[in-house]
Design a protein around this ligand. Sequence first.
Ligand SMILES: C[S@@+](CC[C@H](N)C(=O)[O-])C[C@H]1O[C@@H](n2cnc3c(N)ncnc32)[C@H](O)[C@@H]1O
Length: 275
Amino acid sequence: MVATRPSWAPEGVDMEVPSPARMYDALLGGSHNFEVDRRAAAGASRLVPDLPKVALSNRAFLRRSVRFLADMGIRQFLDIGSGIPTVGNAHEVAQRAAPESRVLYVDIDPVAVAHSEAILAGNERASAIEGDLRSPSELLADPRVRSAIDLGKPVGLLLVAVLHLLPDADRPHEVVATLRDELPVGSYIVISHLSSASRPEAAAQLGDQARNQSGVPIIFRPRDEISTFFNGLTVIDPGVVELPLWRPESEADIDEEPGRSLGLAGVGRKDSPTS
Ligand SMILES: C[S@@+](CC[C@H](N)C(=O)[O-])C[C@H]1O[C@@H](n2cnc3c(N)ncnc32)[C@H](O)[C@@H]1O
């Protein structure tokens, strides 16, 4: 039976192929996903039953990192690979801390962009565009980025749970280095990344399943490869750590064994110009 396209899904979206944005939404218990996404998310959760908890832990890290950057005086945020909006989005956290904060969401997935635009209607300082992280210079030169983000002032760049969707062939380390070089001094880069560091067996099983069954490659990188994303930056305390250990604010944040989180997270600040 051919599935009917719900009103929130843009025309042309292939409802038979899972997408990372919609699978992640399904893991978080959201409602902007298709049967094919739910099946892929359920398959992954059968292998690693606490996977939804990892997704929640990642969202909690995103919120804490945006609050931290707001406390450090950052007033403009570029969230690339922003996903389908769910509770506690970057603009909600940033604008609660400082209402003048500007946020631009960028995602490659049209469902994520359409839904972001819908919830941002009426918010003059937050918007969403379709864009590709794999072309970082083109993205930063895009007039839509330039009108939302002043590259003469420090930026909070969020690359949260997106770099593990870029295989080595997409040169993710070069992508991050390009963005770092083009951002002004005083900018911060926030990264979380699925890792093989703490649970190598679970990472290997999920990586195989993602590649062979859902067709969405997920790259579980080792700790040192994730740490090198921060080259040229001053890594903020406590360093590159398991998601729940990055500046937890409550018992709920650390409500899991650190090593179980499957994700590493960190924040770096650009303190000097790069050549
Ligand atoms: C797992 S979700 C993470 C969402 C959000 N950052 C978070 O952590 O809650 C990853 C997102 O990255 C997006 N994405 C994947 N490849 C991308 C690319 N090359 N450029 C921009 N976004 C991309 C996907 O569409 C998806 O929405």
